[in-house]
Design a protein around this ligand. Structure first.
Ligand code: SAM
Length: 161
């Protein structure tokens, strides 16, 4: 929405629209102004997951937010990640692996991500993970990391650029 300059709240209604002492034409004027400021985005947004159910939810949410036409959502395993673009930004929230067996699988996935993601200069990566040794498995030291809670789970938002 930021990329396409879509005003927050453009798709919702407001109780104040019913307040008689606000000239109703002002609402229309504000909506028209906001719609006129929407623009196309000069880059490609791709979203992927290997779970069809997650993709259905993502499609639903993108439609609800009015951005479905701006995002290419597709089914893909991260091991097939590849791009010939000179520049790219990857933002991801890979599995956390809550049980011991799952943790091992998550660690293998982090390692594979580190090996698969392009290592070109104008590519950057932003990864949310609660794993205390994410960087070790990913194979790179983050340039920055910020502590952040995903619900009750303490995570780090790692930036690699
Ligand atoms: C922590 S959830 C994040 C879900 C969602 N992207 C979000 O941020 O709310 C991790 C997601 O990684 C997906 N996933 C796990 N292994 C994957 C793989 N090898 N390739 C692609 N997606 C994978 C799962 O299907 C799951 O949806």
């Amino acid at each position: 929405m930021i990329g396409a300059n879509i005003a927050p709240g453009l798709l919702r209604r407001f109780d104040a629209e019913e307040w008689g002492w606000i000239d109703s034409t002002l609402w229309k004027k504000a909506w028209n102004e906001a719609r006129a400021k929407q623009c196309s985005i000069p880059f490609l947004i791709e979203a992927s997951d290997r779970d069809e159910e997650v993709l259905t939810t993502a499609n639903h949410n993108a439609k609800k937010a009015g951005v479905a036409s701006l995002i290419h959502i597709r089914s893909s395993d991260i091991k097939n990640f590849g791009s010939n673009q000179k520049q790219g930004i990857v933002i991801c929230n890979p599995p956390y692996g809550e049980r011991l067996g799952d943790i091992k699988a998550a660690e293998r996935l982090y390692k594979m991500m580190g090996e698969t993601f392009p290592k070109r200069a104008r590519w950057s990566y932003f990864v949310l993970s609660p794993h205390p040794e994410f960087e070790k498995w990913f194979g790179r030291q983050s340039n920055k990391h910020r502590k952040i809670y995903n619900g009750k789970i303490k995570c780090f938002f790692h930036s690699f650029f």
